[in-house]
Design a protein around this ligand. Structure first.
Ligand SMILES: *Cc1c(COP(=O)(O)O)cnc(C)c1O
Length: 373
């Protein structure tokens, strides 16, 4: 890896605080985090954690199947089931654990899984572990998906379509209404990963599925607390039978110590807050539109972005990396995402409710100056 220039290391940062990243004397405006609502280090979040630690201690003790869990786990699960319009919900320790566990427990040999090419790595890993036959289709291309369904559906027992609701490197949304139509027409189940939609989209922050009005038509509604909710962990909302089956069979739930109760308390508080935080969602959407418009004015493309995740296309791998480094010199942190991770190299900017119009203007100024170099 070193010889090929592909060796990666984890960089040391001192701390992230609000919209800034601190490294020694230096301060960077952060367009790289997924703290979309600014909850991560808010005063109420920190207080929720501290109060819960005083009440519950730190570690949870063991797997939930061994020791059981504090009341707040159930409270959070009930809230999510209700808001997601599903019968039940179940918490996981991370989005990664949820995706590998859910997919590999519910599907197996003899089943088929239709997977958008740009789905998150944890979905791919879940499919691999399941042993089901994977059919990848072109990103958000419903014609391509239907063609593949028609060709393969009959050969398999059960079938699943699985998508990110908001794609993490593109910032576009899955066509959920069309996906629901297809899955109903061809007797397929639908799983939606709301990692980047949760908190940010929908009237109550329940994600792209709420926004599209299809919550109750999705079979497996998964999401995380690690992005907009500013915490850690994940959940799935689904039918009574599926949740019971997961509790009995899902290895990434059964064979791991559950998250600390204090983290669950933070997740509960964050989900409740996000419901009422419509103003922040609207402000974030307006700021995202503003950044896209300004980028367009200086001749920089944003692919099909329609959320607060905004890819900025500035050229080939080298140019993109150069731009990211130059922005860093200017005190702005935006990661360069390059081939082979994506086919079109880009800077991946994520906006949060912490950002102001002035922050976006500063970014645009820098990009404009660098563009002419
Ligand atoms: C971040 C992410 C995950 C993983 O969630 P973690 O809680 O960080 O493990 C899963 N799916 C998608 C789409 C994600 O963006």
């Amino acid at each position: 890896m070193r010889e090929k220039g592909l060796f990666r290391r984890i960089k040391n940062i001192e701390r992230i605080s609000g919209k800034y990243i601190y490294e020694g004397e230096k301060r960077y405006l952060d367009f790289s985090s997924s703290n979309y609502l600014g909850y991560r280090d808010s005063e109420w979040m920190k207080k929720t954690l501290v109060d819960a630690v005083k009440r519950y201690g730190v570690g949870s003790g063991a797997s939930r199947l061994v020791v059981g869990t504090a009341d707040i786990y159930g409270e959070l699960e009930e809230l999510l089931a209700c808001k997601k319009k599903q019968e039940r919900a179940l918490l996981f320790n991370s989005g990664y654990d949820a995706n590998i566990g859910i997919i590999s427990t519910l599907y197996g040999k003899g089943d088929v899984i239709y997977c958008d090419k740009l789905n998150h790595a944890s979905i791919y890993d879940g499919i691999k572990m399941s042993g089901a036959h994977m059919v990848r289709y072109l990103h958000n291309d419903m014609e391509d998906l239907e063609k593949r369904i028609v060709k393969t559906r009959e050969k398999y027992e059960r079938a699943l379509i699985v998508v990110d609701s908001v794609f993490s490197m593109e910032g576009d949304k899955a066509p959920l209404r069309k996906l629901v139509e297809l899955k109903e027409r061809y007797d397929i189940e639908l799983m939606v990963d709301e990692a980047h939609g949760g908190g940010v989209l929908g009237r109550d922050g329940m994600g792209a599925s709420e926004e599209a009005g299809v919550l109750e038509r999705i079979d497996i509604n998964m999401g995380t607390f690690s992005k907009a909710y500013g915490s850690q962990g994940a959940y799935v909302a689904s039918s009574e039978d599926i949740i019971d089956y997961l509790i009995n069979r899902c290895r990434s739930l059964i064979y791991t110590t559950s998250l600390p109760p204090a983290v669950i308390a933070c997740n509960l508080e964050a989900v409740k807050r996000a419901q009422g935080d419509r103003e922040a969602r609207e402000r974030l959407a307006a700021l995202s539109d503003y950044l896209r418009d300004e980028l367009k004015k200086i001749g920089m493309g944003t692919l099909d972005s329609e959320t607060n995740i905004i890819p900025i296309v500035v050229g080939d791998n080298e140019r993109t990396l150069w731009m990211s480094e130059k922005l860093r010199d200017e005190g702005i942190m935006i990661p360069a995402i390059r081939k082979p991770t994506v086919t079109t190299p880009r800077l991946r900017a994520s906006l949060s409710a912490n950002h102001s119009t002035e922050d976006v203007d500063r970014l645009i100024e820098c990009l404009k100056r660098l563009k002419s170099l």
